[in-house]
Design a protein around this ligand. Structure first.
Ligand SMILES: [Cu+2]
Length: 196
């Protein structure tokens, strides 16, 4: 498995940082000087085992899929995954954060997680089938097993990261996330619910 990750600070965050420093300077210059380098830096979460579910055939000229992986946050502040964007040749629809929850009928269904997916401070969060994921809608072309998909993931601290994910196809990564179709890799509904 080959995967490369390139992370960078965004201009938007640099602007926010300058504004924050200006505000802090108005009230207490001493407080600013006590910040650790870690606190002042734009910390970009890191990624391991990032992949997308292959979508080898489009239905009705379009399709959907999802991105999974482990996101780690080395900073001492929580950072939230806000979604992202894909190459326009793949889809121009914003990539939202999704979760899988149990509905009133007891079925596991996916829905948008509007407030994003939190990566706890000095911790990690795992996006996986049956749980959190980054959702792709309106695919313009198929994704074959082994294809590399590049997306930009945006974070609540103003940073973003460009992530290359290789397409896989496994039985329990279907879009309905029906636990009855699982091979055992998906957590029980109770553990999925507790992750929110
Ligand atoms: Cu979804």
């Amino acid at each position: 498995m080959t995967m490369t990750i390139i992370a960078k600070r965004t201009l938007a965050f640099a602007t926010l940082t300058m504004a924050a420093l200006a505000l802090a300077g108005c009230t207490s210059a001493a407080a600013v000087s006590t910040h650790t380098p870690e606190a002042d830096a734009a910390v970009v979460p890191t990624f391991t085992d990032v992949w997308v579910k292959a979508a080898p055939e489009l239905m009705g000229g379009t399709g959907m899929t999802a991105l999974f992986g482990v996101f780690e946050n080395p900073s001492h502040d929580d950072i939230t995954i806000l979604g992202g964007t894909a190459d326009a040749a793949l889809t121009t629809t914003k990539l939202d954060t999704h979760e899988v929850v149990q509905n009133d009928a007891g079925e596991m269904v996916m829905q948008e997680k509007k407030d994003g997916i939190v990566i706890p401070a000095h911790g990690s969060v795992t996006l996986k089938p049956g749980s959190y994921h980054i959702m792709f809608w309106d695919l313009k072309k198929p994704i074959a097993v082994g294809d590399t998909i590049t997306i930009t993931v945006n974070f609540s601290n103003g940073t973003s990261a460009t992530v290359d994910a290789v397409a896989r196809d496994i039985a329990n990564a279907n879009e309905t996330y029906d636990p009855k179709a699982d091979t055992g890799a998906t957590p029980a509904p109770s553990s999925t619910m507790n992750m929110g």
